[in-house]
Design a protein around this ligand. Structure first.
Ligand code: FPP
Length: 220
């Protein structure tokens, strides 16, 4: 969800106004996701490296997240959205932790969309934590301990990096980089990204089927 800051600065507004516009965009994209064929949506709201931002911006972002979770609770439940938060919780304030616990409990039965919001999240830390949790380290046990594999990763704001997001889960993700600033990313942009994703040939390291010679062909 990159580009909030630049979106605001281009309008002569403070960066926080960009983050507020970003929250409105989040609501629009969540509404559009099931129609676009998305069953699981993970949003990167606050990375563990974002603590390096100015204190006022960090406070504004965490406050926006808390207000969002408190306000969205009822709406998510009535819309069949199951909301879960990934990332560290021990560095978040008690009111935000409380809001997270409440919305996760209340929305647990939702089946229309599984919405995951990453807060104080680092992909490298998530892999380390999962490796410490599992009894026997293997690819399968880490698959189970981490989140679902990512099919499509969309990054806005013209950035072309993974920035420590879902590193294990993105092993075979298709990547789409949009030049749009996040507040301008709308339902049509999401639908276009999904359309592009559907044109990609996902081979997961194998060769495309028609190129594999049939056994009979060798015997002929
Ligand atoms: C990165 O771009 C964006 C963030 C660190 C914050 C994203 C947060 C939101 C959209 C709001 C809260 C989200 C939810 C789920 C309610 P940037 O803002 O640093 O933009 P820039 O690249 O233009 O500086």
């Amino acid at each position: 969800m990159d580009g909030n800051g630049r979106w605001a600065l281009a309008r002569g507004l403070p960066r926080e106004a960009g983050h507020r516009a970003g929250v409105e965009c989040v609501s629009r994209i969540i509404e559009a996701a099931p129609t676009a064929g998305i069953g699981i949506l993970t949003l990167f709201a606050f990375s563990s490296d974002n603590w390096r931002r100015p204190r006022a911006e960090v406070a504004a972002l965490l406050r926006l997240l808390q207000v969002y979770l408190e306000k969205e609770g009822g709406r998510s439940i009535s819309n069949g959205i199951r909301l879960e938060i990934i990332g560290r919780r021990d560095r978040l304030g008690e009111p935000l932790r409380h809001a997270i616990g409440q919305i996760e409990r209340d929305s647990a039965a939702g089946t229309r969309l599984r919405l995951r919001i990453a807060i104080d999240y680092s992909g490298r830390d998530a892999i380390l934590a999962a490796a410490r949790r599992v009894a026997a380290l293997s690819r399968e046990s880490l698959d189970d301990a981490l989140g679902p594999p990512v099919d499509l990763l969309i990054r806005t704001g013209g950035e072309r990096r993974l920035s420590d997001f879902l590193l294990w889960e993105c092993a075979y993700a298709e990547l789409i980089f949009s030049p749009r600033m996040w507040p301008d990313f709308d339902a049509a942009s999401l639908a276009a990204a999904v359309r592009e994703f559907r044109t990609r040939h996902r081979r997961f390291g194998a060769v495309p089927e028609p190129l594999i010679p049939r056994r009979e062909a060798w015997l002929d």
